[in-house]
Write a protein that binds this ligand. Structure first.
Ligand code: ADP
Ligand code: MG
Length: 354
């Protein structure tokens, strides 16, 4: 990835709607073959950004480069890229085969080659060959999603763009399709630029993730980096349940919370004075004695929630609620309302400034 020219490059890209910047001065390079996901809450500017990348809208200022060439004003149908719309954009009352072959038909390919390519793509998308003559309206939601992707791949684009294609699909099928999409990315070796509001979804599939907040790209990194070294409280909380404690760094080298408690700090970012200490639930553990971890707190076991292979616990310490998670197979005999001691090792927490 390093050294090679990026396939897609954004230079200070901005999009104004009236006085509001929906996308605000974004700089970003996406490498060829990368699965890059833009994640952020609703209204953070994801769709606006993708529409500019796909050529459905033009930036107010800044530049978008494809293979080093400025493409700001090149319309979508003149770009070697393709937006994968939700399955709703398929031609109803046509067969799976007709839908997938559509791009090849407008290119004037002969029917035999079109069919061969459609069947090949159906294979890749795990659609049974017998579906070739099936009406798309008779396909399930998941199957239609696969047909929509097969049709996009039939264009043989350099980049595929996805705008929350799985958001309307139920949980179990969505989890399956996320993995399938990652497999398809691997097999096609194409560049995928994907948008979702679910960081969980982004983590499963992506090589790199860009987190958006109010039109700005606030952090870009691998799933591992976003998860383990979020650069702000916003990013840390976006990843899921976390424990966040406001702290000030004291002259004694310890972190002081407003409740008067002090904690041994993890690595301290340069210039850090105050901010938040972030501890993920799986790094909090139940202790038999306070000495078993660098930091320990006593509280009351308020409730437990089964999450499948893990169990989550709520521990209340005064006004503060801590979330603790452990694997189901790890022994634990605590009962509701018991006084329990929880703790974490200093290096298992993260300090963020925001
Ligand atoms: P997301 O996809 O992350 O939910 P959008 O890109 O759709 O966010 O929207 C970002 C912001 O820009 C929102 O505040 C939205 O209301 C605004 N916006 C989007 N499209 C338009 C438009 N065509 N005209 C005016 N405002 C828009
Ligand atoms: Mg959107």
């Amino acid at each position: 990835m390093q050294g090679a020219e990026p396939i897609l490059s954004l230079k200070a890209v901005r999009k104004m709607f009236g006085p509001q910047a929906a996308v605000d001065s974004i700089d970003l390079d996406i490498a060829e073959g990368e699965f890059f996901t833009i994640v952020g809450p609703s209204g953070s500017g994801k769709t606006t950004m993708l529409r500019m990348l796909a050529g459905m809208d033009t930036p107010t200022s800044g530049d978008i480069l494809l293979n080093g060439k400025r493409i700001n004003d090149v319309p979508a149908n003149k770009r070697p890229t393709c937006m994968v719309f939700q399955s709703l954009a398929l031609f109803p009352h046509r067969t799976v085969g007709q839908n997938i072959e559509f791009p090849l038909k407008i290119r004037g390919e002969d029917p035999e080659r079109r069919k061969a390519r459609a069947l090949q793509l159906m294979d890749l998308l795990r659609l049974p060959q017998s579906y070739y003559a099936k009406n798309v309206l008779k396909c399930s939601g998941g199957e239609r999603q696969r047909v929509a992707l097969a049709r996009a791949l039939a264009y043989d684009p350099q980049i595929l763009f996805f705008d929350e294609p799985l958001s309307a699909i139920d949980y179990k099928l969505r989890k399956t399709l996320e993995k399938e999409l990652k497999d398809i990315h691997r097999e096609t070796k194409k560049t995928f630029v994907y948008i979702t509001h679910s960081l969980e979804e982004a983590m499963v599939m992506s090589d790199r993730i860009g987190v958006m907040r109010a039109g700005k790209l606030v952090q870009v990194g691998t799933p591992q980096e976003i998860y383990s070294t979020p650069n702000t409280r916003f990013v840390s909380e976006f990843v899921g349940d976390v424990n966040v404690i406001p702290v000030t760094l004291g002259s004694d080298g310890l972190l002081h919370s407003p409740t008067g408690a002090t904690y041994k700090p993890p690595r301290i970012p340069p210039g850090f004075r105050d901010g938040h200490l972030v501890i993920r639930p799986e790094y909090l553990k139940f202790l038999a004695s306070p000495g078993e971890a660098d930091n320990a707190i006593s509280g009351s076991l308020y409730n437990e929630y089964a999450l499948g292979s893990r169990i989550q616990y709520q521990v209340r310490v005064g006004e503060t609620v801590f979330v603790v998670e452990k694997l189901r197979q790890q022994p634990f005999t605590g009962q509701l309302d018991d006084t329990v001691t929880i703790g974490w090792d200093a290096q298992d927490a993260i300090l963020v400034t925001d």
